[in-house]
Design a protein around this ligand. Structure first.
Ligand code: IVH
Length: 699
């Protein structure tokens, strides 16, 4: 469609032009509907989409004879996606007309009065309910029992999502008390802003899809083919309407909402009853001012004529009821320019791209930065420096870039090249096989990661240095006292020569300083497995550190093997790869760590500060009843800590795992055990309590 035609005022279009444009709009809007409803990946902004629909309606109003059978004004949403069974709704799931101004709202009230032939003094009570920006559903109950749940689909036929909907807490399986013979309860499934952010963080860590907003995240989660996937997503719902109802009725919509509540459905607590248009508008403003503070996205407010008999008389026009309408909030999106793309390095070494934007007001908040998540995300959206972009406050917290205005891109623009080195320390950035994140490999000396690494280094299962909390580490790091693990062991000697000794610093005294030095000294002898674990090499947790120690026995042998592997010794590589549970991914991560010379130097400096790195000693497991068994601990243990129990089991030749599977031989369950215990029972895995475990290990 040519731009000039689209921009021509509707009242100047000829009939031929109108027909041509209506045809183009039908195709275009249908495509956007599919992208939005079926693929959960909208390709234009809501505002641009609304503009298309408004243009379509305006042309149809002027040329009513040209309204097409496939007109977007007669359809709702997209056709059902394949993969799910189809479900016919007993009564159509309709959409709502959108109002944008106070005058529109007054017109709506006037239209209702005119239709019902009511005078201006007659009270037309309306409900005002938050318009949840989620995914609508319809759930059918027969004699109080949930039978079928469906998406809206095209309004007459949706997808059967019964199994998925059943996983959502808050959706009753049964309706207690008075129930109609049949009822279709309708509402909206959504994901809270906080859950959405956490979910995207998780997705960014894995190679998962980044969702543009909570609505898409909810849609993607609800339409998983495997209900277990849906169950793992934090879906919530609000109920707000009915479809077919047989054998029960209510005088007002409000009464119906109260009945929903009694049946156990979540009903939005911000729903109100209003007696006048002014009250309606006040409710709109009150909600708009609280919009950012709500824990879920809303895109407006829905007004519904409260009296059921009036609703019946008002009925429907094509795709929307005459008795209800939506009053939309202004879009939370705005256009601005990407001034720079910066790579930030997180505490775990993850390289995260961030766009610096020309500050712009988005829904009342100035936005000057937007997260770009990871390398793939920049490439997928092809975001470049100097691009004009549409930003949106998704989840109202971290702004995101939803669209690049390609037509406004400067000719000289070049694609962004994601760095392959850490911008903080210059180490190589490394990407794990199944991760989307690029990570800095300079773990032991990269400033961005130092505090996190040191915190891990002194933690209980590593060097276990008492009195070295996160706050202390941060302040030692900031004043330059401790930059690497070796510095920790130089602390006392340096302190003795310092003009500002620790005991003179705020929060410290001679006794506490002495205590810390003692705690550090006590760890100058350490086992090889603890030392390996303490280095915080990615993917090398306690179990893998132990396996390395077991395989190489001494620090010297282990160090030599690491260097040989870095230098391409294939035998050593094969041996590492062959260690149980290692494979290529873990091995490559180890090599990437030692390939960074400064890491090796940091390890050597540390070793130089220690008195002794103890060789690995194979425990005497003869007579052990748990040698070779895979053991899982769950619930609370009362006579020992979880860590004690684990290390006892390990020392007796058992493998300790965090999750129950068919490979599990024994589950030790204490009070408060939950899912793991249930899984063990369903898989027929042997379960013992703490006392029985103590007997087994001969304690
Ligand atoms: S009532 C016949 N109430 O908004 C009336 N809809 O743009 C049916 N929505 O299709 C809808 N919150 O998916 C109603 N409190 C609310 C709502 C609500 C969100 C959605 C719903 C509807 C769409 C229309």
């Amino acid at each position: 469609m040519s731009r000039s035609l689209r921009e021509k005022p509707v009242d100047r279009l000829t009939a031929t032009e109108a027909a041509k444009e209506l045809s183009a709009l039908a195709t275009e809007i249908t495509e956007h509907d599919s992208a939005y409803h079926r693929d959960d990946s909208p390709t234009i902004t809501d505002a641009a989409y609304d503009a298309l629909r408004i243009r379509n309606s305006a042309i149809e109003q002027r040329f009513s004879k040209l309204i097409r059978a496939d007109s977007p004004s007669r359809k709702v949403g997209a056709v059902a996606a394949s993969g799910f069974k189809k479900v016919k709704h007993s009564t159509a799931m309709l959409s709502l007309d959108n109002l944008f101004s106070d005058d529109d709202v007054r017109d709506f009230d006037a239209r209702v009065r005119r239709f019902l032939k009511l005078g201006p003094d007659e009270i037309v009570e309306m409900t005002a309910e938050p318009k949840i920006d989620g995914l609508s559903f319809s759930v059918r109950y027969e004699n109080g029992r949930l039978t079928v749940a469906a998406t809206r689909g095209d309004g007459t036929e949706g997808e059967d999502i019964t199994a998925n909907m059943r996983t959502i807490k808050g959706l009753p399986d049964f309706l207690m008390g008075d129930t109609p013979k049949v009822i279709e309860v309708r509402g909206e499934v959504y994901i809270s802003k906080a859950d959405f952010l956490a979910m995207n963080e998780e997705q960014a860590k894995k190679d998962g899809k980044i969702f543009a907003n909570p609505r898409n995240a909810a849609a993607g989660s609800l339409r998983q083919l495997d209900p277990k996937m849906t169950a793992a997503r934090p879906l919530k719902l609000f109920a707000y309407a009915s479809g077919l109802v047989e054998g029960m009725d209510w005088e007002t919509h409000w009464d119906f909402l109260m009945q929903l509540k009694t049946w156990g459905f979540p009903v939005n607590p911000d729903s109100k009853r209003c007696k006048t248009v002014d009250e309606i508008l006040a409710a709109y403003r009150a909600l708009e001012s609280r919009r950012a503070a709500l824990d879920y996205d809303i895109d407006g407010i829905v007004y519904k004529v409260n009296r059921s008999d009036w609703q019946k008389r008002l009925g429907f026009v094509s795709r929307a009821p005459r008795w209800a309408t939506a009053h939309k909030f202004p879009a939370q999106q705005a256009e601005t320019i990407v001034e720079e793309i910066e790579i930030q390095v997180g505490r775990t070494g993850a390289l995260t791209p961030v766009a610096h934007l020309t500050p712009v007001n988005v829904g009342g908040v100035t936005v000057s930065r937007a997260t770009l998540h990871n390398k793939d995300e920049i490439e997928r959206k092809d975001i470049r420096k100097s691009d004009t972009v549409v930003v949106q406050r998704a989840g109202d917290v971290i702004p995101q870039i939803v669209e690049v205005k390609i037509d406004k891109r400067p000719k000289s623009s070049k694609a962004f090249i994601f760095p392959d080195h850490c911008p903080v320390c210059g180490s190589k950035a490394h990407r794990e096989a199944d991760e989307a994140v690029m990570r800095c490999t300079g773990g032991l000396f990269c400033k961005a990661q130092a505090v996190e690494r040191l915190r891990h280094f002194v933690s209980r299962d590593a060097f276990d240095i008492e009195g070295m909390g996160e706050k202390n580490i941060e302040s030692f790091f900031e004043d330059g006292t401790i930059k690497s693990p070796a510095d920790l062991f130089r602390l006392e000697a340096r302190d003795k020569k310092s003009l500002t000794p620790l005991c003179a610093k705020e929060g410290w005294g001679p006794q506490s300083a002495e205590k810390l030095f003692k705690a550090i000294d006590a760890r100058r002898t350490i086992s090889l497995e603890r030392l390996i674990y303490a280095l915080g090499i990615r993917l090398i947790g306690q179990a893998k550190a132990r396996l390395l120690a077991q395989n190489y026995v001494s620090f010297k042998a282990w160090r030599a093997a690491m260097v040989a592997a870095v230098n391409g010794n294939t035998d050593v590589y094969a041996k590492l790869k062959g260690i149980e549970s290692f494979g290529e991914i873990v091995t490559d991560e180890l090599i990437a760590f030692f390939a960074e010379e400064q890491n090796l130097a940091a390890v050597d400096q540390l070793a130089g500060q220690l008195d002794k790195i103890e060789d690995f000693v194979q425990a005497n497991i003869s007579g052990s009843k748990i040698a070779g068994l895979t053991v899982v601990f769950t619930g609370n243990l009362e006579r020992m800590t979880r860590n004690e129990a684990k290390s006892k089991a390990l020392s007796l030749g058992a493998k300790v795992s965090g999750s129950v599977s068919k490979q599990t031989d024994l589950v030790v369950a204490g009070p408060g055990a939950g899912t793991k215990l249930k899984e063990a029972e369903s898989l027929g895995v042997k379960v013992v309590d703490e006392d029985e475990f103590l007997r087994l290990i001969g304690a």
